[in-house]
Design a protein around this ligand. Structure first.
Ligand code: SAH
Ligand code: TYD
Ligand code: ZN
Length: 405
């Protein structure tokens, strides 16, 4: 049993995916043999309820300067962050000269709206190439990891922040004590630290097992974030569920005692209690469903191959690293995966080494079946690729169970 990174309590492992590669580093064919692997396993702390990984991958392996993920690749996410920015501008970024800090700004998907409103801002992200996209558009970015020392430097040179925001990043940071210490040093009195991440309740209830990969070191719930905030002198004061990435929760935290928690916090805690989200049996049945989905996916692909059908993958997501490596699906079953991200094209999927081709390869000619690894963008992708189904093609999904549409 390992020790909880938040409270020091005992962590009971409930699923072991075995040897897995870093999920967002796409090797060129000549890089095979140099990839970094680790044991991907997740467990549950019986004291504070935080779900977390047993082994930490070093941040330099996960977030190098040429980290290829680009947030703005999805129209849905661009729209989502415009909405979040509008909401923040109306509620938190008010008063004289509010300062906005964003942890993990990537290519500036959210920063751009805050900048356009004339707000003083600073993004912090170690992914230099992605950060350059944000700065080329006119946003201010500090290239580096947010941690206590970075936060103290920013506080010294720029003054306190009214809002510290982060999306799909806080759950990636195992050394979260340093992040909270930094937030404590940088946040103005009365300010808030707001972050959104994949929601554990959705992952468990819909068997979204592929949301488990190196970057998602923590899988947050309302209860575990409430406990975590308390450990670091903060308080969870509001939550909002948003439907992006298969189910996301936005958490608003403030220094303990500064704001009154909303009804939504109590409602979500009750909902999690009713759905037994913090009970070990829930994780045992999740583990059984994961094994079933993987077996069924693999046998479906083998059966289609035996029938002579052509199957390709759609979306070289991080999620697909967990699926292809755990289910041992390689180029023998899926000859290529198409993806619109230039930085991923002509490279290979991590560990499973399936070639990645540009989106145009999909219709050249259409395959019989396509495994939708980017299932969280299903609506956008299916609309874009409507000719595929019209030509007789079918999508294969493996969550919440294996099915064809
Ligand atoms: N906020 C964007 C990007 C999420 S990807 C979105 O929601 O789409 C996660 C980002 O966090 C990456 O760009 C990565 O480089 C960055 N990151 C990882 N650790 C970080 C840290 N300690 N401080 C700041 N950014 C970090
Ligand atoms: P995403 O599911 O957002 O993230 P993760 O890697 O964290 O699992 O990744 C979506 C991937 O799908 C990304 O590489 C871009 C690609 N994509 C397309 O190829 N076409 C599209 O129309 C969309 C929306 C995404
Ligand atoms: Zn704990």
């Amino acid at each position: 049993m390992s020790k909880c990174r938040i409270c020091g309590g005992p962590v009971r492992e409930f699923f072991d995916f075995g040897r897995q590669p870093v999920s967002d580093v796409f090797p060129a064919p000549s890089d095979i043999g140099t990839e970094h692997f680790y044991r991907l396993a997740v467990g549950f702390c019986s004291t504070c309820t935080m779900v977390q990984q047993s082994e930490e991958v070093s941040r330099d392996h996960m977030f190098p300067a040429d980290y290829p993920y680009r947030s703005s690749g999805s129209a849905l996410m661009r729209q989502h962050f415009e909405q979040v920015a509008r909401h923040m501008l109306a509620t938190e970024l008010t008063g004289p000269d509010p300062f906005y800090v964003e942890i993990g700004c990537n290519d500036g998907i959210m920063l751009s709206s805050v900048r356009a409103a004339g707000i003083r801002h600073l993004g912090v992200d170690p992914a230099e190439d992605a950060a350059k996209v944000a700065s080329a558009a006119g946003s201010r970015v500090h290239v580096g990891f947010f941690e206590e020392s970075t936060a103290r430097e920013i506080r010294k040179s720029e003054g306190p922040a009214r809002l510290i925001f982060s999306a799909n990043t806080i759950s990636h940071i195992a050394y979260i004590d340093s992040v909270f210490a930094g937030v404590g040093a940088l946040l103005a009195p009365g300010g808030v630290f707001v972050f959104e991440d994949r929601y554990l309740g959705d992952i468990v209830n819909h068997t979204y097992f592929d949301q488990i990969y190196d970057e998602h070191f923590y899988l947050f719930s309302v209860r575990s974030v409430q406990a975590m905030a308390e450990v670091f002198g903060f308080e969870l004061v509001d939550v909002e569920h948003v439907p992006v990435h298969g189910g996301t929760m936005r958490y608003t935290t403030a220094r303990a005692g500064e704001r009154t928690p909303t009804e939504a916090v109590a409602q979500w805690l009750a909902k999690e209690h009713e759905s037994r989200l913090s009970e070990p049996a829930t994780y045992d049945s999740f583990a059984t469903r994961v094994t079933t989905n993987c077996k069924e996916l693999k046998s479906m692909l083998a059966a289609l191959q035996a029938e002579g059908k052509r199957v390709v993958g759609y979306g070289a997501t991080c999620k697909s690293a967990t699926v292809t490596n755990y289910c041992r699906i390689g180029p023998g079953l899926i000859p290529f995966v198409c993806d619109s991200t230039q930085e991923k094209q002509h490279r290979l999927t991590p560990g499973s080494h399936i070639p990645i081709r540009p989106s145009e390869a999909f219709s050249d000619p259409y395959p019989d079946y396509a495994v939708l690894f980017a299932w969280n963008h299903a609506e956008e992708i299916m609309a874009k690729e409507k000719e595929f189904k019209a030509s007789g093609g079918r999508w294969i999904l493996y969550v919440p169970d294996v099915h064809v549409v």
